[in-house]
Design a protein around this ligand. Structure first.
Ligand code: AMP
Ligand code: MN
Ligand code: MN
Ligand code: MN
Length: 283
């Protein structure tokens, strides 16, 4: 029997739309057997998520998606099966959340230069967790205030990578992120590797550095990948001896490319990241 495993999702504790318990219920309804919540730079949704999953009889994996700055590029590193009480991880993420507030002020100043005043106050009205502000909250403000018709337009005109109001988060170093995750007993996984705008040689350098630091996996099955990219990253996982992960990167009903639990199976010949977790009797 193939288990339905979804190890990447967001709640309103970062930039998702639903409460952690609502994400749990939706995952369960959609047939997920093993689910991870992995909010951006935040652990605060995990207790509610774990309790909701337990009540539904669904296996839960504590996760987080850490913002990393590596050679001037933002890279997302998932920490999966972490101990959310590990103090260096908690402290490190608190630092990134503080950097997000500094970034939000700069982002608002850029929007002001683009003729959109009041964006910081506006974005802060859109956050559910006052401790975590990101581009999606600015996008929601741009829609709410009628500047843009859709979140998509907000990213295309202002907030997307390389657009006028895109200010990167000052994230952790790759070494810090992998160290915190491994210290917390988790596995470190490069999220949606095809999404980073870098040349193949830089991607190889990233994979090499990540491997040397103790990174264990890459996401192979993600809605960010085309079927070709899925095959390509499956090959790279075998080449680098990375374990493979899969996740929907769910943020909100009806938004984005995939919903919870709607993923295809891992390609053959890969070691799943959940090996050793007692999730799947074949691993
Ligand atoms: P941040 O970590 O604050 O830079 O925000 C990154 C988040 O913005 C991603 O996790 C997505 O939720 C969202 N995002 C980034 N690019 C886009 C895009 N082009 N369209 C819609 N959402 C996006
Ligand atoms: Mn997001
Ligand atoms: Mn991401
Ligand atoms: Mn994500």
């Amino acid at each position: 029997m193939n288990l339905n495993i979804d190890l990447h999702s967001h709640s309103a504790q970062s930039d998702g739309a639903l409460r952690p318990s609502e994400v749990a219920a939706r995952a369960h309804e959609r047939g997920v057997d093993c689910w991870a919540l992995s909010d951006h730079d935040a652990l605060s949704g995990l207790p509610e998520a774990a309790a909701a999953a337990a009540a539904l009889g669904m296996r839960f994996i504590a996760g987080v998606e850490v913002s990393v700055t590596h050679q001037a590029t933002t890279v997302h590193v998932l920490g999966l099966n972490i101990d959310p009480d590990y103090v260096p991880l908690r402290d490190g993420l608190r630092g990134i959340r503080a950097a997000r507030h500094v970034r939000a002020r700069r982002l608002a100043a850029r929007l002001e230069e683009c003729g959109v005043p009041g964006a910081l106050e506006g974005a802060l009205r859109e956050v559910n967790n006052p401790d975590l502000i990101g581009r999606v909250h600015f996008a929601r403000f741009l829609v709410q205030s009628g500047v843009c018709q859709s979140l998509r337009e907000a990213f295309e005109r202002f907030l997307g990578d390389g657009r006028k109001a895109c200010v990167p988060v000052a994230g952790a170093s790759l070494e810090e992120a992998v160290g915190w995750i491994r210290g917390a007993g988790g596995k470190a996984v490069i999220a949606h590797p095809a999404r980073y705008r870098c040349k193949p040689a830089q991607r190889k350098a990233l994979f090499g550095a990540f491997k040397d630091l103790g990174g264990q996996g890459i996401e192979v099955v993600t809605p960010s990948h085309t079927p070709d990219q899925c095959r390509q990253y499956a090959r790279l996982a075998r080449e680098y001896d990375f374990e493979a992960s899969c996740g929907s990167d769910f943020h909100a009903p009806g938004a984005g490319r995939a919903d919870l639990g709607g993923l295809s199976a891992l390609p053959d010949g890969l070691t799943p990241i959940w090996r050793g977790w007692g999730v799947d009797p074949s691993f």
